[in-house]
Design a protein around this ligand. Structure first.
Ligand code: G3H
Ligand code: 13P
Ligand code: ZN
Length: 308
């Protein structure tokens, strides 16, 4: 059935592993992720962004996820990714989501607290859990000054105050990751000292890492070999994700790596089979590519295999 992440996060924190939260936009993506979770006997979170709701329409996504639950027999978390205001969180809570993110990270501290509190109140009355975000996601650039870093990265003391005052269930932190395929200009670097400080201050709050795709070079190369043009893409090295999982990160958000896997498979198929025009012929391999990517993440990076 659809479940909250509460028990998943408790077990993950105790076990030193993390739960993958994968963005979903259509049937093939959902099927690929869920097949992987089933084979790996791993918990998963399926997350839906505002853009995904706009693309597929909310009812299609909800019904597809319900179909995945029914078909797989798995317990799955259905989560709103980056809810930007109270209204979208309310819509998703009313619609059966078991988890929502209220992303007030662009607001000043007090406004972020007020907005998050309002969502937490509405959600908790209905048995739904809430993720919030403190600090702004942006990569560490070579020339970034310490004062700038302190202004955008999550402040540990503020994180503790934020959690105490909002009652939020989990917290997304900014320690140097960013969204998309271009995360670092120079050498990849995350602020693990900061992460450790945050974990020490709020040991019972599961932390969330956004922008956690690795941007595996082989998939970028495949895209480029078969007609793509995505030069200089770079993500978070896999050992850094493993380290984060050991330091209190319970939820790891992955979208870009699924996009690259799916696009590489479709590009390759179409170039190698110019006479084919049946969409199932290339969406099938795309679904398999998603499944293989998620299996790799679960088994080799997140460490959540065989934890059901
Ligand atoms: O954080 C962003 C996720 O990758 C979702 O992206 O807003 O384009 O659906 P999207
Ligand atoms: P990536 O772009 O690194 O996959 O991050 C996805 C994410 O954080 C979704 O909320
Ligand atoms: Zn995100």
């Amino acid at each position: 059935s659809l479940v909250t992440s509460t028990e998943m996060f408790k077990k993950a924190a105790a076990g030193g592993y993390a739960i993958g939260a994968f963005n979903v936009n259509n049937m093939e993506i959902i099927q690929g992720i869920v097949e992987a979770a089933k084979e790996e006997k791993s918990p998963i979170i399926l997350q839906v962004s505002a853009g995904a709701r706009k693309y597929a329409s909310p009812v299609y996504l909800r019904k597809l996820v319900e179909a995945a639950v029914e078909d797989s027999g798995l317990d799955i978390v259905l989560h709103l990714d980056h809810g930007e205001d109270f209204e979208i969180c309310k819509m998703c809570i009313d619609d059966g989501f078991t988890s929502v993110m209220i992303d007030g990270s662009k607001y000043p501290f007090e406004e972020n607290i007020a907005l998050t509190k309002k969502v937490v109140e509405y959600a908790h009355e209905r048995g739904v859990v809430v993720e919030a975000e403190l600090g702004k996601l942006a990569g560490i650039e070579d020339n970034i000054r310490v004062s700038e870093k302190d202004a955008t990265f999550t402040d540990p003391d503020q994180a503790a105050e934020f959690v105490a005052r909002t009652g939020v269930d989990s917290l997304a932190v900014a320690i140097g990751t960013s969204h998309g395929a271009y995360k670092f200009k120079g050498e990849p670097k995350l602020d693990f000292e900061r992460l450790e400080k945050i974990t020490k201050l709020i040991p019972n709050t599961p932390l969330v890492l956004h922008g956690a795709s690795t941007v595996l070079p082989e998939f970028v190369e495949l895209c480029n070999r078969y007609g793509g043009d995505i030069p200089g893409a770079q993500g978070v090295p896999e050992d850094m994700i493993r380290q984060a999982a050991k330091l209190g990160v319970c939820k790891v958000n992955i979208d870009t790596d699924l996009r690259l896997a799916m696009t590489a498979a479709i590009r390759k198929f179409l170039v190698e089979n110019p006479k084919e025009f049946d969409p199932r012929k290339y969406l099938g391999p795309a679904r398999t590519a998603i499944k293989e990517m998620v299996k790799h993440k679960i088994r080799n990076v997140l460490g959540s295999s065989n934890t059901l």
